[in-house]
Design a protein around this ligand. Structure first.
Ligand code: ADP
Length: 591
């Protein structure tokens, strides 16, 4: 029964109990089909018992009771109930702005499913994907894993997916029960399952007073068995939603052959449980239009009329629903701080982006840190090494195999763990796969390891030098390209200026890099690191840059020209000429 009707009955309870003769009304209610003959026997002549029974029933029972009062000339009592009469026409059923019907609302609120956030944008394709997976649980128990990175909107999505009349009536007539999990130990888990069992038993007792309440289960094993019994016997064909699961041992406690949807950052969690499984990946970011809509809703404006910084904010956080909502909530209070919050985001001052009330983590950084904390210590250290990657750069596993000095297979395993925990993304359009971090993750890592950045870059350079002590790789594959593109970058960031000079003032490096990547990147390097190189020798830097500018078009040619020959045409005062001459002489002596 809907909330308003129930509350009206409770408020008018004493008047109703005193005045009515229940038996007169019950004939009408039996003929309406809302009371059974058995129920009539149990409560004969007891108005209090009739009301007690009524409170456990649905809207139809309330209406029938009201009509019975009218028919038996209890007009004054009927008028007490009149204002709260539930609407049951199909229009009324559809009248909720969130698309759910009253029935859906009642089922979800009984099951503790969170309501939509106040500011909400729909993600229809994603919601449909989840619903489609849930429909597969219509005939058999199983698991639907909704996975994605921190703050990508998994919980909101899971709640939204079940806000659907047809889905609930066709697949989960036993109800939908929401359980927030998060990071917890065994004792906490026991308490959570105890309270779930209590809630389920209480609801089932309301529907059937002959069923009894049990003492709470004392151990996890007992709790699991109690839940199994409840789900099988009392709540067949119901859906359990486990929100924010971190640990496979937690999931095992729910491996009781029921229907479960879980949200998690760890895609592989359901591997540890048995039965039919499917999954839905939640993209980390919203489309630009959706993200702008959130900002507009927070500030009560129109997306087209938002200031220019709005787009930059969305771009900066790649449309992360969490970040956009956090900033939206702040802007609601301080509507003229667009530039300030954009700047805060750009400066990665995450601590200033404080929580929105509906989110569990104090600030964005805690949400990110929580993901990293669950890694094993060994993997955490490896993950921190990824701080050195450049934004928007995708790397093959082989680069990390050099960085971590691990066999490629081991590296794949580590990366799989990161990907599963939504800490890393994999681009599957390439073979071999390429891996990359979300900008927010990279910003977070950079912020967290600010003081250790130099030594992290040094590690990259040292590991490269160790692997390629005989000379740089020449295969031209993704790994080789990475080193030619970013070795100088790592050296500069590591402040390894000596290494940077010897690399960039070497004709060998210039030849190989030009051959593999063309001259444009090389020229760019001399511009980018010009200031550092000039500290060693600005003349030599000039020689190399001049050589490249004069011969750029030649270095584009294939077959690749003889660089020594090209370099010999430089003025003899040039360092480039000097090195070329040495090489030519060496060639001559070798014959
Ligand atoms: P996750 O479960 O992936 O960590 P949540 O579902 O809790 O993420 O979402 C994080 C925050 O992002 C929410 O508190 C909400 O403010 C915002 N959010 C997520 N999805 C939406 C959406 N569809 N519309 C508006 N805000 C959203």
């Amino acid at each position: 029964m809907e909330e308003g009707a129930r509350s009206c009955l409770l408020q008018s309870r004493s008047s109703l109990e005193q005045d009515i003769r229940a038996s007169y009304l019950m004939d009408h209610m039996i003929s309406d089909g809302v009371l059974t003959g058995d129920e009539e026997d149990r409560i004969r002549k007891q108005a209090a018992a009739l009301l007690e029974l009524l409170l456990r029933k649905d809207n139809q029972a309330y209406i029938s009771f009201y009509n019975a009062l009218v028919r038996e000339s209890y007009g004054d009592l009927a008028s007490l109930l009149h204002n709260s009469l539930p609407l049951v026409s199909p229009e009324a059923e559809k009248s909720f702005s969130d698309g759910g019907t009253r029935y859906v609302q009642a089922v979800l609120s009984e099951g503790g499913v969170p309501q939509r956030p106040v500011v909400f944008v729909s993600r229809p394709a994603l919601v449909n994907r989840v619903r489609e997976k849930l429909y597969r649980l219509q005939k058999e128990p199983g698991w639907v894993t909704v996975f994605g990175m921190a703050g990508s909107g998994k919980s909101v999505l899971a709640a939204e997916a079940v806000r659907d009349h047809a889905l609930i009536t066709e697949c989960f007539p036993g109800g939908v029960h929401w359980l927030s999990i998060g990071q917890l130990d065994r004792a906490d888990l026991l308490v959570r399952i105890q309270s779930l069992c209590f809630r389920l038993e209480q609801q089932s007792q309301e529907k059937d007073p002959s069923s009894s309440l049990h003492r709470p289960p004392g151990s996890l094993e007992e709790a699991k068995e109690r839940l199994r019994f409840l789900m099988l016997r009392r709540y067949p064909r119901s859906l359990l939603i486990l929100d924010d699961i971190w640990d496979s041992s937690v999931l095992r406690a729910f491996d009781i052959q029921c229907r479960v949807m879980l949200t998690t950052r760890d895609r592989s969690l359901a591997d540890c449980v048995s039965g039919f499984k499917s999954e839905v990946a939640v993209e980390s970011g919203l489309e630009e239009d959706q993200a702008l809509e959130i900002l507009a809703l927070y500030v009560n404006g129109k997306p087209q009329r938002l200031p220019e910084q709005a787009r930059s904010i969305v771009r900066e956080c790649k449309g992360s629903p969490l970040v956009v909502s956090l900033i939206g909530a702040l802007l609601r209070e301080f509507p003229d701080r667009w530039a300030y919050y954009l700047h805060t985001l750009q400066q990665k001052k995450f601590k200033r982006i404080r929580k929105s009330s509906s989110y569990d983590y104090d600030a964005l950084d805690q949400a990110m840190a929580a993901s990293i904390q669950v890694l094993s210590e060994e993997h955490r250290e490896l993950y921190i090494d990824l701080t050195v990657l450049e934004k928007d750069v995708k790397v093959p596993a082989k680069v990390l195999s050099v960085l971590w000095d691990l066999e490629p297979e081991e590296v794949e395993d580590v990366l799989q763990d990161f990907v599963n925990k939504s800490l890393l993304f994999r681009d599957c359009h390439h073979r071999p796969y390429l891996y990359y971090l979300h900008d927010l993750q990279l910003d977070f890592l950079a912020e967290m390891n600010r003081s250790g950045l130099e030594s992290l870059h040094t590690k990259v350079v040292r590991q490269y030098q160790q692997r390629y002590s005989q000379g740089p790789p020449t295969s031209g594959d993704e790994e080789c390209l990475y080193w030619f593109r970013f070795l100088t970058y790592h050296m500069a960031k590591a402040n390894l200026t000596q290494e940077l000079y010897s690399l960039m003032f070497s004709l060998d490096w210039v030849r190989t890099k030009a051959q593999i990547m063309g001259p444009a990147h090389l020229i760019n390097d001399y511009v980018e690191y010009g200031a550092i190189l000039d500290k060693e020798n600005s003349e030599v830097r000039g020689h190399f840059q001049e050589f490249l500018s004069l011969n750029g078009h030649q270095l584009e040619q294939r077959p690749f020209p003889d660089v020594v020959q090209l370099a010999l045409s430089q003025p003899d005062s040039s360092e480039v000429y000097r090195q070329a001459l040495l090489q030519a002489q060496e060639r001559a002596t070798r014959g």
